[in-house]
Design a protein around this ligand. Sequence first.
Ligand code: NDP
Length: 331
Amino acid sequence: STQIQLAARPIGWPTPADFQTAHVTYDAPKPGEVRVRNTFVSVDPYMRGRMNDVRSYTPPFALGETITGGAVGRVVASASDDLPVGTVVLHQHGWSDLVQADASTFRAIPEIPGVPLSLNLHILGMTGLTAYVGLTAIAHLKPGDTVFVSGAAGAVGTAVGQIAKLLGAGRVIGSAGTPEKVALLTEKYGYDAAFDYKSGDVRTLLAEAAPEGIDVFFDNVGGDHLQAALDVFNDGGRAALCGAISSYNTTERPAGPDNMSTMITRGLTMQGFTLAGFLHLVPEFQEKMTAWFAAGSIAYDETIVDGIDHAVDAFLSMMRGANTGKMLVRI
Ligand code: NDP
């Protein structure tokens, strides 16, 4: 098995020298164990936080150990009656082509004809759930609300725009980092307006895109985007703080918004969240998402990098915006 490990804690932007490749040989599975050949491995922004040695909602990655994270694969050897050879499984063993561990650390998932297995790592899985939780349990989206989504062309963001519309939102506005992504937001993902945040001042661009203000802000970016959203919030507006990717690779502490007092004057609510506290919404999400997906109401994009040896490239290029929709490593 080829496995990618964290070799050093990055300062600022990670470099290839912060990672190492390990080659692991497995004996035949012991009773209760299975061996899984991965088909897709996920690279996600939150992994950057786990590379730091700081307290967070997930513990730091250990140096010299394989980077853990979501992956989907198929059982190729089994000493467990629960997961026979051929079973498709979802797991958190992370950046490797092949993994062997106790069967209890893998979860069997159904193989549905016509539904790529990779979708379990995004629209039907974690990033879809994140979008749903943020809009419903955190931002309390109401029909007719105007919604602004930062990082709108990524895995979470593409899901947010569509789910917001399906839940009855009014105008949905998105920001992304290239003209191509901006075009896709309105042409494919149901956004009513979108702008390229690199084309000017975010405050000005958002004010132009939201002449009647916004009621809900789904924030994946933080910093300049959060400040711009505070400017245009309508009274009683709600923000779901999902991520702050603009600061994940900076070495300086990000400057705070200079307009926090609008929180008071407009009676705004802002709540950060991680999925851990909202897993009780999984059945509700799955029921709704399965129906939407079956009805053909859900679009998605994947940007695929081939080979576990390129997992670090995939991760870094995702952090730089090379992906549209979900960035995945195909094994
Ligand atoms: P994405 O697919 O959105 O990929 C990251 C994207 O971030 C890039 O494609 C890039 O797009 C954008 N980006 C990078 N740097 C900047 C910047 N300085 N300013 C604006 N945009 C930037 O990743 P995910 O969908 O997986 O995650 C999106 C966000 O959601 C992240 O902040 C992540 O941490 C958060 N998250 C939170 C969860 C939770 O439970 N709270 C769960 C899952 C994700 P572009 O070309 O547009 O710049």
